[in-house]
Design a protein around this ligand. Structure first.
Ligand SMILES: *Cc1c(COP(=O)(O)O)cnc(C)c1O
Length: 407
């Protein structure tokens, strides 16, 4: 980066996206003027010390963003982590993990201990629920699920054992938008830590700490990487929680490969233009779907049918490319007839890449505090960077197949 002074003036998120994480010591050569644009791939396990005294000194001091041993990272990962911190105003730091699920698991373990209660949103990503049931519960940490539309009603669920509230907004598969500021304000008054899975909006459309969240988690696998070729997770925390988050990540040996960090940094630089295009394409497709007689509902936070749409309007500065729609009747076979013949949508898990995806989803399987009832089967779409007109024509043919299969 250029001069320190330039960085002190407040800058807008898209400018930050271009500049973040590019410290001179990571992009230049000591003693030489100038430097390269992006931190290169520094591959390392062993770090060599000048002498025994240097080795002892290194071990006794903080190893954060210092060359110490490969597991603590090299400038490639630090540059990405710093860039993500800069993108989340209010964050003291960011830790990187080998997947989004690893970030969620480690963040929860950083704040919970046996005997604690965790409040988990009922529309959470399914593997998050599995972690609560299969790892936390046997450790003596109880998870209580709550309605994503509960708002300040969450106060009724708090006990003197409630230690943490986990939010995901919009919810996985069903896209309910939560009242994040209200829940976080309530939690803060009672010394309860809040964690948010912010993968859908990214810090660009929802700066989490600015809305009161303590720990903001991203499956970087999705929009940060943006090209469906790297698995990665991150967690950013405020000053109060960053030390604990980092200590837990170190204790669990969490790290990312420098090659993956470099690819994620490369993806991050274009997040702004990609999200704008995902947003535009997804809105065009969602609005078209909402007008089709075979579609009962479109669950897209920017459309009025979506629970919490008013909260999305109030709190978010944009919408991304992922949403669901519910067919008006039909069954497994007619839904498959729609999906199987799509020419421009892949069938597969994950999302956030440049390509469109269609996935049959069955939210009722992953609910316990609320009931999921719908007019018909649901399909989740990720709208990639293709021309939306081609995607709409493809879905139009898909709905004809759906009608034929339904009889
Ligand atoms: C994909 C996803 C995750 C998990 O990320 P991985 O990198 O696949 O482990 C977590 N939360 C949400 C909302 C996701 O969509």
């Amino acid at each position: 980066m250029s001069k320190d002074d330039d960085r002190k003036a407040p800058i807008r998120p898209l400018t930050r996206l271009a500049q973040a994480g590019r410290k001179a010591e990571w992009t230049g050569m000591p003693g030489q003027p100038g430097g390269i644009v992006s931190a290169p791939v520094w591959r390392a396990s062993t770090i060599l010390y000048d002498d025994v005294a240097h080795l002892r000194r290194a071990a006794a001091s903080s190893t954060h963003e210092r060359l110490f041993y490969g597991r603590k990272g090299t400038p490639t990962a630090w540059s990405l982590a710093d860039a993500l911190t800069e993108m989340e105003p209010g964050a003291a730091g960011t830790m990187l993990y080998p997947s989004g699920v690893a970030a969620i698991a480690c963040a929860l373990l950083a704040v919970l201990k046996p005997g604690d209660q965790l409040l988990m949103v009922d529309s959470a990503y399914d593997p998050t629920r599995n972690f609560c049931e299969q790892t936390l519960r046997p450790m003596g940490i109880e998870t209580i699920y709550y309605d994503p539309c509960v708002g300040t009603g969450i106060a009724d669920l708090l006990t003197d054992r409630t230690r943490a509230i986990f939010l995901e907004s919009p919810g996985s598969l069903t896209f309910e938008v939560q009242d994040i500021p209200a829940i976080c304000a309530l939690a803060r008054d009672r010394d309860i830590v809040t964690l948010l899975d912010n993968t859908w909006a990214t810090p660009l459309f929802f700066p989490a700490h600015a809305h009161g969240v303590d720990i903001s988690i991203l499956a970087c696998t999705k929009y940060i990487v943006g090209h469906s070729d790297v698995m990665m997770g991150s967690a950013s925390a405020t000053d109060q929680w960053f030390g604990k988050l980092r200590q837990t990540a170190y204790l669990f040996g969490q790290m990312v490969s420098p090659d993956d960090a470099w690819l994620a940094s490369r993806g991050l630089r274009t997040l702004g233009v990609r999200l704008r295009q995902h947003q535009e394409g997804a809105l065009a497709v969602a609005q078209w779907l909402a007008d089709q007689p075979d579609v009962a509902h479109v669950l897209h936070p920017a459309l009025p049918d979506c629970p919490g749409h008013d909260l999305w309007q109030r709190d978010f500065s944009g919408s991304s490319g992922l949403f669901s729609f519910i067919l008006d009747g039909g069954d497994e076979a007619s839904r498959a007839a729609l999906i199987d013949g799509l020419a421009h949508f892949g069938i597969g898990y994950s999302w956030g890449g440049f390509e469109s995806l269609a996935l049959p989803v069955d939210p009722a399987r992953y609910r316990s505090a609320t009931r999921w009832e719908a007019a018909g089967p649901a399909i989740r779409l990720h709208i990639g960077l293709e021309d939306p007109a081609d995607l709409i024509a493809d879905l139009d043919a898909g709905l004809s197949r759906f009608r034929a299969a339904r009889g």
